[in-house]
Design a protein around this ligand. Structure first.
Ligand code: 5GP
Length: 190
């Protein structure tokens, strides 16, 4: 997606630890005009799928998922990071290791909001090692819903998550794939 790639080149900042900071337009301050175009692009790429629900994970996926959901006309449900899991059987639970905080979280989703009748599109801001997306995939499996695919705004193609998820046979659409980045250069996959 050219608009997004141009914006990453203009405003993205590479930080130590393979972190790309895009907090001036995507996940702290949010450029809604750009995110609106991102939402439209997800709809264009998944227009052949009978999506009934968009699933994301708190916090930074939520805003993007909400804007995309307007084009799919479906609800958004987000997995919550929990301090402790109450195993009362009302929740799907999984574990996710945070890339940015290096911490393992329990992640929960109420069984009320996802079930076998659903066709799910996963949406998140970044894909790095794939832990966040694998956690969401695990929740979809537990719910019995059909996973239609995953839409990612920025995939870091030099980390292994994208490859792993494509190897599972999951349809993965990333709007910008960064193949390499250093302090003063950044290249995209075509
Ligand atoms: P993964 O679970 O795929 O290793 O990492 C994905 C999650 O980590 C995303 O939800 C995102 O919040 C965060 N993340 C991973 N890499 C980056 C990065 O380079 N920049 C930012 N801002 N967040 C990242």
């Amino acid at each position: 997606m050219k608009l997004l790639k141009d914006r990453i080149l203009k405003d993205g900042v590479v930080k130590p630890g393979n972190i790309l900071k895009v907090d001036s337009f995507l996940n702290h301050q949010m450029d809604i005009t750009l995110i609106n175009e991102i939402g439209k692009e997800f709809k264009r790429r998944f227009s052949d799928c009978p999506i009934t629900k968009i699933l994301t994970i708190e916090a930074s996926g939520i805003g993007i998922a909400c804007i995309a959901a307007q084009y799919f006309d479906v609800p958004v449900v987000f997995a919550k990071k929990a301090q402790s899991v109450n195993l009362d059987g009302e929740m799907y639970t999984t574990k996710v290791e945070s890339f940015t905080h290096k911490k393992v979280y329990d992640v929960i989703l109420s069984k009320k909001f996802l079930g076998p009748e659903d066709h799910v599109l996963l949406i998140d801001d970044f894909l790095a090692n794939g832990c966040a997306l694998l956690g969401l995939i695990d929740i979809v499996k537990k719910s019995g819903a059909t996973l239609e695919g995953a839409g990612i705004v920025i995939e870091k193609g030099f980390q292994h998550g994208g490859q792993e998820i494509r190897d599972m046979g999951i349809r993965l659409e990333s709007l910008a794939i960064v193949d390499s980045m250093t302090d003063d250069s950044l290249t995209f996959r075509d």
